[in-house]
Design a protein around this ligand. Structure first.
Ligand code: GCO
Length: 504
């Protein structure tokens, strides 16, 4: 482990009650005028949770009249995650007997918020056509079961499992996707708004695009590269996609408001602080600034300032993009008035300019020697804190929910004598909770934190080998075993003071 982080972790004592100071601030932002009552109320209302996504956990790809999704196609028809790797069973979460056990387990840990996604092709099997009442009934029962266990739902409408028919019609690259999503969202709101008051409209347009591009490369017979930040040739397509996803979210929000529904709506963005390595050249610095523009500012500037960042727009124009509608589109996104910002945070990213790049936008992600990393990149809780600070100071201190934070590490999830001691994940969670608490003390309005993920599950094109759960799943028997991280997270939520030593 990176020694400075190890030192920080070792010295820290963390408890949920450390949240209280600064959790709520008065409208004028002056902590001095915050009352003690509102502080403890906010600490009490804080959502301590875990997150998952339909395709990664549910299985049952044709139960109750489900239509096919693009992910059924990728894994089952095209074997893109390897031979025999399928979402047909996943962790069997569509099965009520199974999920009731899982809910009971989460309740025992003390989790009071569960972020899950519902599957668009279950609700509208062909994407736009008739509503499937059996799917509605299933999710209504699931939400009722969650609430009966005192776990509050945070419902994600879209976590990448696009109905295949719509993917074949161009998916998010087709501007009609705005209308497709709006219709789907209206069906969801009409059927669930008596049960749910917190929604994530879409999850991670950036990573979805990277994953789709990797799928395309594999379908073309190449091993492919998973580029979180779109590389030069992909820039125009990526930005077009992001624009449509955000416009679709804005349209869904406008419709929700017009119908006078009660609830809070936002989007979950994967925000990646961008770093230069030591000895970076001015070209590397310019590439890093543009990568920050594409991954972070593109979304945040539109949501909070109603405009797209000029440097990114210029780079896209340079690549031949038709940007005519973008200024008006960004204004529409800015006017949507999302109720909170969902942050999915995993790591910071080192960026440089690739050698022999053509002129214009060119970025490359890399990991310098000796940097402590998890499966999703360099582990930097200090950058998590810096991200909260940036959003507070540059974007008007919006309400934030941490919609995902978590880690996987190679060879750490082995079941030995009935136990999994996932020390690195456990420390990762404590370090990041501590960074979040420091940001709250400094005035950030964070109202919930969700670990990705409650359970080990299907990691998209990377199959079942990349485990991110606090609960170990034996994928052959479906037996669950809470790991050390689950135990320590549960103690933290229940108000005990825990330290990194508890993770050993
Ligand atoms: C993601 C996703 C999750 C992943 C997680 C771990 O948002 O990329 O929301 O589906 O499984 O990030 O890589």
């Amino acid at each position: 482990m990176n020694t400075s982080l190890a030192a920080v972790a070792a010295a820290m004592t963390i408890s949920a009650s450390a949240l209280a100071p600064g959790t709520v601030r008065a409208a004028d932002g002056d902590p001095a005028s915050t009352t003690a009552t509102s502080r403890s109320q906010a600490a009490e209302d804080f959502r301590w949770g875990a997150a998952s996504a339909a395709y990664q956990v549910e299985g049952a790809p044709s139960a109750d009249g489900k239509g096919r999704s693009v992910w059924d196609h990728y894994l089952d028809d095209r074997s893109l995650a390897g031979p025999g790797v399928s979402g047909a069973v996943a962790i069997n979460f569509y099965d009520r007997a199974q999920y009731l056990q899982d809910i009971a387990l989460m309740k025992r840990l003390g989790i009071n918020s569960y972020r899950f996604s519902i599957s668009w092709p279950r609700i509208l099997p062909d994407g736009q056509g008739p509503v499937n009442p059996a799917a509605i009934a299933h999710y209504r029962q699931f939400i009722a079961d969650l609430k009966a266990a005192d776990i509050q739902p945070m419902l994600t409408l879209y976590h990448w499992d696009m109905p295949l028919a719509l993917a074949e019609a161009g998916g998010w690259e087709n501007r009609d996707s705005i209308a497709w999503f709006k219709r789907y969202a209206e069906v969801v709101f009409a059927n669930f708004s008596d049960q749910v008051d917190l929604y994530v409209l879409v999850n991670e347009p950036l990573v979805e695009f990277g994953m789709k591009h990797l799928a395309e490369q594999r379908m073309a017979g190449e091993p492919g590269v998973f580029a979180i930040v779109p590389d030069g040739p992909q820039l125009t397509r990526a930005l077009t996609t992001f624009n449509h996803v955000m416009l679709a979210s804005a349209a869904a929000k406008a419709s929700f408001d017009a119908q006078g529904r009660q609830g809070r709506l936002g989007v979950a963005l994967p925000l990646f602080p961008v770093l230069n390595a030591e000895g970076a050249t001015p070209d590397d610095q310019a590439s890093a600034a543009l990568a920050d523009g594409v991954m972070n500012r593109w979304f945040l500037d539109a949501i909070y300032n109603g405009r797209y960042p000029e440097d990114v727009v210029a780079a896209a124009r340079d690549k031949g993009a038709d940007t005519t509608s973008w200024a008006a589109d960004a204004r529409t996104i800015g006017e949507a008035g999302f109720d909170y910002l969902g942050i999915n945070f995993y790591s910071a990213l080192y960026i440089r300019r690739p050698a022999q790049a053509p002129s214009g936008y060119a970025v490359e992600m890399f990991t310098p020697e000796g940097v402590y990393t998890a499966l999703n990149g360099p582990v930097r809780p200090d950058q998590f804190k810096a991200l909260f600070d940036r959003i507070r100071t540059d974007y008007g201190n919006p309400t934030i929910f941490v919609t995902e934070n978590g880690a996987g590490f190679p060879n750490e999830d082995t079941l030995i004598d009935g136990a999994v001691v996932d020390t690195r994940r456990c420390r990762y969670i404590l370090d990041h909770v501590s960074a979040m608490q420091a940001a709250i003390r400094d005035g950030s309005d964070v109202q919930g934190y969700h670990v990705w993920s409650s359970h080990d599950n299907l990691e998209w094109l990377f199959g079942y080998g990349s485990r991110f759960g606090m609960i170990h799943v034996d994928f052959d028997t479906q037996v669950r075993t809470p790991k050390r991280s689950a135990e320590v997270y549960g103690r933290l939520i229940r108000g005990e003071a825990v330290t990194a030593a508890d993770c050993e």
